[in-house]
Design a protein around this ligand. Structure first.
Ligand SMILES: NC(=O)c1ccc[n+]([C@@H]2O[C@H](COP(=O)([O-])OP(=O)(O)OC[C@H]3O[C@@H](n4cnc5c(N)ncnc54)[C@H](OP(=O)(O)O)[C@@H]3O)[C@@H](O)[C@H]2O)c1
Length: 243
């Protein structure tokens, strides 16, 4: 591949790249020629399906442990960092102090820790930071107040870091996915009736795929998006403009 979407010679790190959307983004960059590192919470690459880990360098990192983020051995060079870590708690747990804290630690606090930790390396390459939030950050979420607040915070952080890091040559942008069936939402998306309901209110007529998010990430990190700063692109098949 040649052209602006050719990532040969580039090093990409996807935090939360072991599963679902992050894994789709990691594989997208790999197929575009990049050397790709991913992090996940388990001990080793063998703890994940072979198909997901194909061609990726794995590192174990639990971002809720702030000291572990500070101590993490980041790759020497970084052209693109994608922050895709995320959790949700169901069954009203996010209304409890423990549930709120657990979600905020992973979905919001760790974004700043990871951004601070990789800032200099991204400045050295004139690189891109991409934060994965959610269209849920623009809505009221009846059972997930922490998830919704964390994602609204992530969208805000894209703007603040876009401004704060912009002068160093780092472009910060975000992706707000719609519904993609992954392990974070399998609890309700495995229900076919629920899927049909979502699809019926999505102009594109289907759920999202990790590869859809990879397309947006490849664009945002490329020279095609050289003048795009502090923006979060909704990649939701039109759901949020239809409802
Ligand atoms: N799926 C959707 O419909 C949807 C919609 C909007 C936004 N999003 C967002 O997209 C991102 C990816 O979610 P997904 O749907 O791909 O879910 P997923 O399949 O559950 O993937 C979540 C990723 O985050 C990692 N992670 C979880 N807790 C972590 C921790 N404490 N420290 C470090 N990494 C941690 C996971 O690692 P392990 O593999 O080791 O568990 C995994 O790589 C999340 O930020 C999510 O909020 C998803």
């Amino acid at each position: 591949m040649t052209g602006p979407l050719d990532y040969s010679g580039k090093t990409v790190l996807v935090v939360g790249g072991t599963s679902g959307i992050g894994n789709g983004i990691a594989q997208g960059f790999r197929k575009a020629g990049a050397s790709v590192h991913v992090t996940g919470t388990r001990g080793s690459a063998e703890d994940y399906p072979d198909s997901e880990m194909e061609g990726l360098a794995f590192h174990s990192l639990d971002v809720s442990d702030r000291d572990a983020v500070d101590a993490f051995d980041w790759p020497d060079t970084l052209d693109v960092v994608v922050l895709c870590q995320g959790i949700a708690r169901y069954g009203r747990e996010e209304f409890t102090r423990e549930g709120w804290d657990a979600v905020m630690e992973v979905n919001l606090d760790s974004l700043l820790d990871c951004a601070n930790a990789t800032r200099q390396k991204l400045a050295d390459t004139g690189g891109s930071l991409i934060i994965v939030s959610s269209v849920g950050g623009y809505k009221g979420l009846v059972g997930n107040p922490a998830y919704g607040a964390s994602k609204a915070g992530a969208i805000s952080m894209v703007k603040s870091l876009g401004v704060a890091f912009g002068g160093e040559g780092i472009r910060v942008n975000g992706i707000a996915p719609g519904y993609v069936h992954t392990k974070i939402n399998d609890a309700f998306l495995k229900d076919e009736k629920m899927q049909k309901q979502i699809i019926a209110s999505t102009p594109r007529g289907r759920l999202g795929l990790p590869a859809d998010m990879a397309g947006a990430a490849l664009f945002l990190a490329s020279p095609l998006a050289d003048y795009v700063v502090g923006q979060t692109i909704s990649v939701d098949g039109g759901m949020s403009v239809a409802n």
